[in-house]
Design a protein around this ligand. Structure first.
Ligand SMILES: NC(=O)c1ccc[n+]([C@@H]2O[C@H](COP(=O)([O-])OP(=O)(O)OC[C@H]3O[C@@H](n4cnc5c(N)ncnc54)[C@H](OP(=O)(O)O)[C@@H]3O)[C@@H](O)[C@H]2O)c1
Length: 277
């Protein structure tokens, strides 16, 4: 094993940059790849794939939304000598795929499990970090009001640090080969409850408001969100309302032998870093 034979896609993103950091902490020198990463990788430009893959043994795969890209990429990777894939997917992936969403992740799962290489599938709930690292929710929280169409259906949000720790272990040890990890956080929270925890951690008033799906679409459009993204959010919230991601899962405990990071611990950390002030 060479110290630079792990390719991390989405390496500037919420999970990928933590996977890179975790691998570096183990003394490895992963290839941190994306359009703006250290290693140039662009899904829409297949000529960037092979240079990124040359000499690579294992790939952390963050798929493109377009399901056309993962199968030829996985084929090329295996032909180039890749022996292991760790795929970032999502909770409720079967229901999402059936509804016509998350097709890129679903196709990445299918391609790696049919590839003959070793694989691990990570299926996390919504990330805690959507609230502090993604403007879609961070900005409304900073303004003191977040409005969503979700009711009291629970969502056991997960700390991305847990996902990255599992990915690092799956890339560097043999313990997770062939595992499908359903990854939730530790808390049986509603979205409203999550906002209350965040408000408490931030030490300020943040109002949660319930919208109908139609009102939500209207608010997103008024905020300049592109129609195609509005359709995706609408579809994903419909899946959440149907309860496809609502149950606590044991993946973090199975993979790491410990409980997931509590939501309140993450919120305290994010608030201390100034996320909502
Ligand atoms: N957020 C959630 O709650 C959640 C839950 C479950 C699953 N997921 C899945 O997680 C995935 C996103 O992962 P993430 O949150 O770690 O990443 P992220 O923060 O959304 O960042 C996306 C990453 O992909 C790279 N990227 C974007 N477009 C690209 C392209 N055309 N070619 C190559 N690289 C590209 C970006 O870097 P550059 O801009 O430098 O290219 C960046 O590194 C999605 O598939 C999502 O469905 C998310």
């Amino acid at each position: 094993m060479n110290d630079n034979d792990i390719l991390v896609l989405g390496a500037t993103g919420k999970t990928g940059r933590r996977v890179v950091r975790g691998l570096r902490a183990e003394g490895l020198d992963p290839r941190a790849a994306s359009r703006s990463g250290d290693v140039r990788f662009e899904w829409e430009r297949a000529d960037t794939w092979k240079p990124a893959l040359t000499g690579v043994r294992a790939v952390y795969l963050v798929a493109h939304d377009d399901p056309a890209f993962a199968p030829p990429f996985v084929d090329l990777a295996v032909a180039a000598g890749v022996r292991r894939f760790v795929v970032l997917s999502g909770r409720g992936i079967e229901a999402s795929r059936a509804a016509g969403y998350s097709l890129g992740m679903a196709e990445a799962e299918r391609a790696v499990t049919a590839s003959g290489a070793e694989w691990t599938l990570l299926r996390p709930n919504n990330f805690n970090q959507n609230f502090d690292e993604d403007d879609l929710w961070r900005e409304p929280l900073r303004r003191g009001r977040i409005a969503l169409p979700i009711g009291d259906v629970p969502e056991p949000f997960i700390d991305v640090e847990d996902i990255a720790e599992i990915a690092v272990s799956a890339l560097t040890t043999d313990r997770h080969v062939g595992e499908v990890y359903e990854l939730s956080g530790a808390d049986d929270l509603s979205w409203r409850g999550a906002v209350e925890v965040i408000a408490g951690a931030a030490g300020r008033e943040i109002r949660y408001e319930e919208l109908t799906p139609e009102q939500y679409r209207t608010e997103l459009a008024a905020g300049g969100v592109p129609p195609v993204f509005i359709d995706v959010l609408d579809g994903l919230f419909a899946l959440h309302r149907a309860g496809h991601t609502a149950q606590l899962a044991d993946g973090v405990r199975r993979a790491l032998g410990r409980e997931p990071v509590p939501f309140a611990d993450w919120a305290a950390r994010a608030a201390a870093a100034g996320a909502w002030t």
